[in-house]
Ligand binder design. Structure first.
Ligand SMILES: [Zn+2]
Length: 268
């Protein structure tokens, strides 16, 4: 409104009264829940979404909707599939916004889990329906992801474009922490609903922007993917693509490296 007032020739005056308090360092944490597997309890399907947010708004679409999707998928699974073949974990990571710290710490602290991950499904770009899934550079992802996806009803998957083998994500969200460690981890990318230009990291990221019909569709999708990944008689293949040459540098690209989390807010 101020912008428009100035643009139309008015000379608005504003008075700002701001108060703040220095609260020192606050600890962050991961919130992890699991449904124990019955046949292969040492193998894992991970439902992933970061639980922290940016300041300004309440973080409804970054990443309230991602965590709602994973919690609702867990509720469905617990009710309809209480004895999964593999262990299903819901990982709600802290301090994603400061550099994937929660998920990187989980990966660093639990190599025994990471080496036995069947699949990670991560969601973190707004309220929209999932419309894109990349194979993240795992050569055989087309096979198992394709099979798992084909089990979902058409009205859930008809808008989803897959991209195989895709490129390994080096950052941006928590799947990258797992991809770097070689675990098959996938970003469930959403229809944007003006996420990037409107709600993302702004004071407009509030509850009223949630499109519950899309969130519902995503919860159904994740529950089905988790079910299929858990039931699959085969272990998901981890073979990586040979990365192409970087056209700018002329050098062959390399798989993203596993990075240590910042554990003490940059004070360590
Ligand atoms: Zn986010």
């Amino acid at each position: 409104m101020l912008y428009r007032l100035v643009e139309s020739g008015s000379k608005p005056q504003i008075r700002i009264q701001a108060e703040s308090k220095e609260l020192k360092n606050a600890p962050t944490f991961n919130t992890v829940a699991q449904i124990k597997g019955t046949e292969k309890p040492e193998e894992y399907v991970v439902l992933s979404a970061h639980f922290d947010s940016w300041d300004g708004g309440t973080g409804a679409t970054d990443n309230g909707t991602g965590t709602i999707v994973m919690m609702e998928a867990m509720r469905i699974l617990k009710k309809m599939y209480p004895n999964p073949k593999r262990t299903i974990i819901a990982g709600h990571w802290g301090s994603e916004e400061q550099g994937l710290n929660g998920s990187r710490a989980f990966v660093a602290d639990h190599p025994e889990i990471v080496k036995n991950i069947q699949a990670v499904f991560n969601q973190d770009n707004g309220t929209g329906r999932v419309v894109n899934i990349s194979g993240q550079g795992f050569l055989h992802a087309y096979d198992y992801l394709g099979r798992w996806l084909s089990a979902a009803p058409r009205e859930i998957t008809s808008g989803i474009e897959t991209n195989f083998p895709g490129f390994p994500g080096g950052g941006g969200s928590d799947h990258a922490s797992f991809v770097a460690a070689g675990a098959p981890a996938f970003m469930l990318s959403s229809l944007n609903w003006s996420y990037g230009t409107y709600t993302w990291h702004t004071n407009r990221d509030t509850y009223d922007k949630i499109v519950f019909d899309d969130v519902r569709s995503n919860a159904i999708l994740v529950a089905i993917l988790a079910y299929k990944a858990s039931e699959d008689p085969a272990t998901a293949n981890r073979e990586r693509i040979v990365l192409p040459v970087d056209s700018r540098t002329g050098e062959q690209r390399t798989w993203p490296e596993q990075r240590e989390p910042t554990r003490k807010g940059g004070l360590d």
